[in-house]
Design a protein around this ligand. Sequence first.
Ligand code: ASP
Length: 456
Amino acid sequence: MSKVAKFGGSSLANSIQFRKVKSIVDADPARRYVVVSACGKESPEDHKVTDLLYLCEAHIRYGVPYDDIFTLIESKYLQIRDDLGLSLDLEPEFDGIREAMDRGADTDYVVSRGEYLAAKLMAEYLGAAFLDAKDVIFFNYDGSFDLEKTGAALRAGTGHGAGAGNKAPADTWTGAGADRFVIPGFYGSMPDGTIRVMPRGGSDITGALVANGTDAEVYENWTDVSGFLVADPRIVKDPISIPRINYSELRLMSYMGADVLHDDAIFPVKEKNIPINIKNTNDPDAPGTLILDDCSEQDRDDPPHLVTGISGRRHFTAFTLTKSHSSAEVGFLRRLLAVFEDYRVSVEGVSVTVDTFTVIVRSDAVANCQYEIMGRFSEEFRPEELKVEDHLSLIAVVGRGMKAVPGSSGQFLSEFGRNHINIRVISQCADELSVVVGVDDRDFERAINCIYGKFI
Ligand code: ASP
């Protein structure tokens, strides 16, 4: 069985980081598939290569010279190559990219070059075969991934699996018989062969696609923190990391604002039940965070905490409508929600008591239609009361450990009470995986800190 190891931009920021990557990869022969981002920031003042490439593009669009920016990129890669004593002929590569840009090359091609060149350097440094993502990662025309074609190409390109027809695309195969492959993240090919990039942070998705296509035993995602943190470090000082989390908890945490893996990186591994291990390149012995579809087996020997994580988002707006006897009216809630659908506003939460309905949406989503929606409500429902409140923050306390534990949500709520934090809305679904509370934007940080302080 093999492992996929994806390294983010901070793990490729300079030659020191390249060295760390090499010692991690060399430490385990099962790490056969290495996926890399473009070089990231070396210091807070530095720039990510992908940002610089997008900046070059913007300069070209406005007819402004981009040379100085391009030189920054070029010198970063050349410096890494020279520090590591590699012989990769980078100069013609950069000349080729420059020429393509001057000829008006497609943006996706240009911005994908950060990953392409980082992978070429890494392949030489690791003594591994370079496998271009354009030959092994495939999109459908609608932008979704063609998992079947991707899997087949990966298996063919890496000689993985003994099946018939495992023949590599002729111009891809740079590593016949190789034990290890380096694949650039972030891009792939459209059915017509043109290069297409993924959303920002998309190398996480490439790693997941490679794990899916090669039936990896684990997808290791190497970054610069020792796993997912229980809470946002900008809000809570030095939060601890989460040892184990399931996909549903992860989805809740990321939807509610936690900076975790790219959402699209989940489905390819979830489909094959491949665990994800978030690890720290700068502290490889730290266990990091293990993400599993189902943690119950591990939880039996090592029960989880009540709270897995706390995340939250600011700037929501609540529409509250009261109309007597509406609770008994079939279809009332559906008609209410249909108004938001008409304005293409996604509903983030609904609370219902007798004859009163609160619908929560993102404030920016109704910035241009709030009064129209209120007008529709007045006209169509003739409510006794209609109220709109903004400056609402939603906080999700997430934890599979809460399930069937009587009093767990009560404990959170009394903690808010003790800290004089007024709760404006509350919701918990029957899966008991999270409790979501709405508080005033002003209480957002205090609310997260008080739950962290008490329960972690
Ligand atoms: N380099 C790309 C970005 O900065 C993709 C990645 O790093 O995952 O978004």
